[in-house]
Design a protein around this ligand. Structure first.
Ligand SMILES: [Zn+2]
Length: 276
């Protein structure tokens, strides 16, 4: 699944490769998938997108918008899989959940693996959508400061007991993060996934804040994770530290064997010696 860094790369590449193109035909999926969320019927989508000009792509958390001017915005959210640009005359995929062809012969296709939103809104109306409306500050926003982060933790301490993994992956508390990047953030902060927020020392709060900010920056700087593909079908350059390949192998810091456990709806990979 794409997380904030991968969406950031996709948006950047869309701004380079798609801006200014004119939609010839917008087609919703020919490959049925019950977890793909559409808000338009295929005919309606085609009619509303025809002749529109591609404007800016933007990202908030795990949601990407692409302006289709005048008046509309394509929304892709919580997707994994492939979001691909096809140069003029390239062979287009046979199966897709979304395909937009442009008048110059190029195209954009989307094929998600698990689920995802592919919706079309009148410009600005997407802000009223669930998960986008009231979205909290994301790690790349200028408001994401240590003061903000510490206040967020203080606020969460008033509610149900939460762990570090819960903070990073549940309820969009820090939008844009997911189970993949969370593993490396927890390793970089030297915190165990089950460590409760109430037990964090002031120094550990700082370490966790810095690990979130720096890991997102690092993954983005390397073009996204190497197990996801960018708009041009190329994998990113960031190799995860803590993933299924690391399980059972020595921790890069201390040499202790990396462990795997199921916790909060996904596998965790961690070093039991370094991450406490
Ligand atoms: Zn270790």
């Amino acid at each position: 699944m794409f997380e904030l860094p991968e969406y950031t790369i996709l948006a950047r590449q869309m701004n380079e490769a798609l801006a200014g193109k004119t939609v010839q035909r917008g087609t919703l999926g020919n490959s049925p998938h019950k977890f793909v969320w559409y808000n338009r019927k295929p005919g309606e989508f085609e009619k509303l997108t025809r002749g529109k000009r591609v404007g800016a792509a933007r990202v908030r958390g795990r949601w990407l918008t692409l302006d289709l001017d005048p008046g509309y915005r394509l929304l892709l959210g919580e997707c994994g899989g492939r979001v691909l640009y096809h140069a003029p005359d390239a062979i287009l995929p046979l199966k897709y959940h979304l395909l937009i062809t442009f008048t110059d012969g190029s195209a954009l296709s989307v094929m998600t693996t698990m689920w995802g939103a592919m919706e079309l809104y009148e410009t600005g109306r997407e802000l009223e959508r669930q998960y986008i409306k009231d979205m909290r500050v994301t790690p790349v926003d200028s408001e994401f400061t240590f003061k903000y982060f510490s206040t967020l933790i203080d606020e969460l301490l008033q509610g149900e007991k939460r762990s570090v993994k819960s903070l990073l992956t549940q309820d969009q508390l820090i939008p844009g993060l997911g189970n993949a990047i969370a593993q490396d953030i927890m390793f970089n902060a030297r915190l165990h996934p089950r460590r409760t927020l109430a037990d964090l020392t002031p120094g550990q709060r700082r370490d966790l804040f810095a690990a979130i900010r720096d890991t997102v920056r690092d993954v983005t700087g390397q073009g996204g994770r190497n197990d996801e593909y960018n708009l041009f079908g190329k994998p990113g350059g960031y190799a995860r530290i803590m993933d299924s390949n690391a399980a059972g192998k020595p921790c890069p810091e201390c040499g202790h064997s990396v462990e795997k456990m199921q916790y909060l709806g996904g596998a965790c990979y961690f070093c039991p010696k370094c991450q406490v």
